[in-house]
Design a protein around this ligand. Structure first.
Ligand SMILES: Cc1cc2nc3c(=O)[nH]c(=O)nc-3n(C[C@H](O)[C@H](O)[C@H](O)COP(=O)(O)OP(=O)(O)OC[C@H]3O[C@@H](n4cnc5c(N)ncnc54)[C@H](O)[C@@H]3O)c2cc1C
Length: 322
């Protein structure tokens, strides 16, 4: 159980909570929706739950606009709000669980789009000094499920708001995975941003569990990105292996496929296991400890390494890992 829990709704409340944590000498954990964390043990310290709300348009030239959302806004609600307002850009990222403030942490992405594609800036409060600093795109060092906030600036900032550059006429990205076939019944010239979001929601609902109903850590592992020569060797043995060539010559593989091929899809250990529709999702049916989930994850990593020679890396944030 956390020793202290404070909900914060604006910048001043964030600063007050951080000062309190400092004065009491407490470890601080910033909590959004909690959908991307695995607790290895009870967290002893101060949990600061980001609960700020608000969406505001800053600049609008009639086509392109800059819209800023407070960190505590639920991501999917924010995405749907932008689409209902006629603003394009976030439709492929519909139904990703969590809050706006966590979205830059790992540069959330889905169906061929990442937030870096529409990111404008964010503001974050320094945990030590309380200073509020604006980070622009180049400052964030976004990569695949990475940002400066998971690397050298890890644990130093509370993201309080994020601004996006959206476009009423932005180009639709419909070529990724099942999205193309889901949209095939609509004439290409008539597809709207909302149609894309609806298709994404339909696909995600068909294969991903709702974290509010079935406890889970979605995308437990990152999709591995490997050298092209390593991929060529793998392809000889597994000609059907799904692969996504990257601009820099590397090749991204589907971690879910590797886990499935290693025989883990639907694997059950009673209280927990691997989701039966998406092998990238580890589920907790109730009562499994973080350490039990981690043991399962470790067994999967070893098995994939043995079968394919590929090292999987967890995407989920590990809390209290010894
Ligand atoms: C079923 C399922 C499907 C998913 N699908 C995808 C997907 O398609 N693509 C994808 O990219 N991710 C996906 N995820 C992962 C998850 O949705 C994202 O990582 C999301 O951004 C997490 O948001 P959260 O608010 O729940 O973050 P939390 O779990 O609360 O926090 C995650 C990390 O960010 C830190 N943090 C949170 N808020 C702040 C803040 N305001 N300031 C500073 N640090 C903060 C926390 O301390 C923690 O380290 C999925 C997860 C699940 C369960």
């Amino acid at each position: 159980m956390a020793s202290r829990y404070i909900e914060v709704k604006d910048d001043n409340q964030v600063r007050d909570a951080l000062s309190f944590g400092r004065e009491e000498g407490l470890n601080i954990l910033i909590l959004g929706g909690g959908s991307n964390m695995l607790f290895h043990s009870n967290f002893e310290g101060l949990v600061v739950k980001i609960a700020s709300r608000g969406i505001q348009v800053l600049n609008d030239d009639g086509r392109v606009l800059e819209v800023v959302a407070e960190a505590g806004e639920m991501w999917h609600h924010f995405v749907m709000h932008t689409l209902e307002s006629g603003w394009g850009g976030l439709e492929n990222l519909a139904l990703i669980p969590g809050c706006v403030g966590a979205s830059p942490m790992q540069n959330i992405g889905a169906y061929g789009v990442e937030i870096k594609d529409v990111f404008s800036w964010l503001e974050a409060i320094n945990i030590e000094s309380g200073e509020c600093v604006r980070f622009h795109l180049e400052d964030c060092k976004f990569g695949y499920r990475e940002s400066i906030f998971k690397l050298e600036e890890k644990g130093k900032w509370v993201i309080v708001r994020v601004a996006f550059r959206l476009d009423r006429q932005s180009e639709l990205k419909t070529g990724y995975g099942a999205l193309e076939s889901e949209l095939s019944e609509i004439s290409k010239t008539q597809i709207t941003h909302t149609d894309v979001a609806n298709a994404v929601v339909k696909i995600r609902n068909s294969k991903l569990p709702n974290p509010d109903i079935l406890g889970n850590a979605g995308s437990f592992f990152k999709n591995p990105v490997i050298d092209h020569n390593v991929f060529s060797d793998l392809e000889l043995n597994y000609p059907e292996i799904p692969n996504y060539p990257q601009i820099d010559g590397t090749v991204k593989l589907a971690a879910g496929w590797l886990i499935d091929q290693a025989g883990w899809k639907g694997h059950s250990r009673g209280t927990h296991g691997v989701h039966d529709k998406q092998a990238l999702v580890l589920v907790n049916r109730g009562g499994a400890s973080g350490q039990e989930i981690w043991q399962l994850a470790t067994d999967i990593m070893i098995s994939v390494e043995q079968k394919f020679g590929i090292t999987l890396e967890p995407e989920v944030n590990q809390i209290g890992m010894i």
